[in-house]
Ligand binder design. Structure first.
Ligand code: FE2
Length: 419
């Protein structure tokens, strides 16, 4: 069946009934991506909704100080349009009180007694392996369809609540957004970037732009897509809606990290007292000479190369999620292992060929250069298997496979072959 563009028309115009597009279709890639909003067909890569309670429990643990959640994971609560204290935990999913998402939502609805509320959980892949896997798989799907990988970072948030409108008003995310819906009720009003005057408009101002908006219904059997520069404001006043938004951000946060580390290593403060100085030949000031030596050392001893390699391996083996796949519980090695189908595995050999760095699903480890190990890893990438029992107890490959299993890069061969 050919894919035909689902025409999402402005509110004032009658709606055409058409077949919805697939994310992987040529029409999506050439006519919709980065150009216009669309309601797309769901595909085989779907969010792991059943993992939401476990995932959101991590946010509660972090807010209570019981775990060290990565910086990317953050929860924001809004009640009647006012942002609450960031330590507000009573509106978060709590496994001691909530058996599942439905009882969680009912608990908050009862507590709110008609007031409007929403909670956004950002950075789900940083705390939950199933969401990490989903985000990577969807990012890979989009990259395959486009023929290139968007340069920015990728993230998923969970947005739950019954609210009149997004409390920040009409705004731009600078992220291409794919919205997956577990509970309907939310409509996203959208405007192209060419519409002037709508930026920052809150209720009731944005209402004057309603006729120019293209409403995107967030429905369970659709993926609602809007481009990076789309103005948008959400409304979910009647029902508690539950959405998971996969965002392809325009920015790439780790691009400047190496520069930041270099800057951090240098002394940027001048002296309290400077020499009077004389005209003619001079030498570098003490601070500048120290900084020059530091720069030489950072390059000659390989620090800058290490920082760049680490950053690139973390970014590329996670399909730009930029966070390692969360490790949960002890992971043993099966008798025969092979590469799991969705795994990201890369390595970098230093210019000196003295050390190398291994990246797997966003995890990174440095080790001495080892030609045999690289051959073994290349064989795994070619579809080979390793019989773990046949390895010597002190074999480097055995130790590396332990880490790769923990990172979700290799698994039992039967499991890998069966997927
Ligand atoms: Fe937004």
């Amino acid at each position: 069946m050919p894919d035909v563009l689902q025409t999402v028309v402005p509110a004032s115009m009658p709606r055409k009934e058409t077949i919805v597009l697939n994310v992987t279709s040529l029409e999506f890639v050439t006519k919709v991506w980065r150009r216009e909003v669309a309601e797309l067909a769901t595909c085989s890569v779907t969010p792991p909704v059943a993992a939401l309670p476990d995932c959101l429990n991590e946010f509660l643990k972090a807010a209570r100080g019981a775990s060290r959640t990565p910086g990317q994971a953050e929860a924001v609560t809004v009640i009647d349009g006012q942002r609450s204290d960031s330590l507000e935990t009573s509106q978060m999913f709590d496994p001691d009180l909530d058996a599942d998402m439905d009882t969680y939502i009912q608990r908050i609805e009862t507590k709110m007694a008609g007031r409007f509320w929403n909670t956004a959980y950002f950075g789900l892949p940083a705390v939950n392996a199933e969401f990490w896997d989903f985000a990577k798989a969807f990012a890979d799907l989009v990259a395959q369809a486009l023929g290139h990988r968007p340069g920015g970072r990728v993230d998923i948030d969970c947005f739950v609540g019954r609210y009149e409108w997004t409390h920040t008003g009409a705004h731009v995310d600078y992220a291409d957004n794919f919205a997956f819906t577990a509970r309907p009720g939310k409509v996203m009003l959208t405007w192209p970037s060419s519409v002037s005057g709508v930026a920052g408009a809150k209720w009731p101002e944005y209402n004057t732009f309603r006729d120019q908006s293209t409403p995107l219904k967030n429905l369970p059997d659709r993926i609602a897509y809007f481009p990076y520069d789309t103005y948008h404001v959400a409304e979910s006043p009647e029902e508690v809606s539950l959405n998971m938004n996969l965002a392809f951000w325009d920015d790439c946060r780790d691009t400047g990290k190496v520069v930041d580390r270099v800057r951090h290593a240098l002394n940027s403060k001048g002296p309290k007292r400077a020499p009077i100085g004389i005209n003619g030949a001079t030498t570098l000031a003490v601070e500048d000479a120290d900084n020059l030596n530091t720069l030489r050392r950072l390059v000659s001893q390989g620090d800058v190369e290490r920082w760049m390699a680490e950053s690139a391996l973390r970014r590329e083996t996670s399909s730009r999620l930029g966070v390692p796949r969360p490790v949960s519980g002890p992971v043993g090695l099966a008798a025969e292992v092979s590469l799991l189908p969705t795994a990201g595995l890369q390595w970098y050999v230093s210019e000196s060929r003295e050390w190398m760095m291994l990246g797997g699903n966003g995890h990174v480890a440095q080790m001495p250069f080892d030609r045999q190990l690289l051959d073994d890893l290349a064989s795994l990438l070619d579809g080979g298997t390793v019989e773990v029992g046949s390895l010597a107890s002190d074999a480097t490959l055995g130790r590396v496979l332990q880490s790769l299993a923990k990172w979700g890069v290799v698994g039992p061969h039967a499991q890998a072959a069966g997927q």
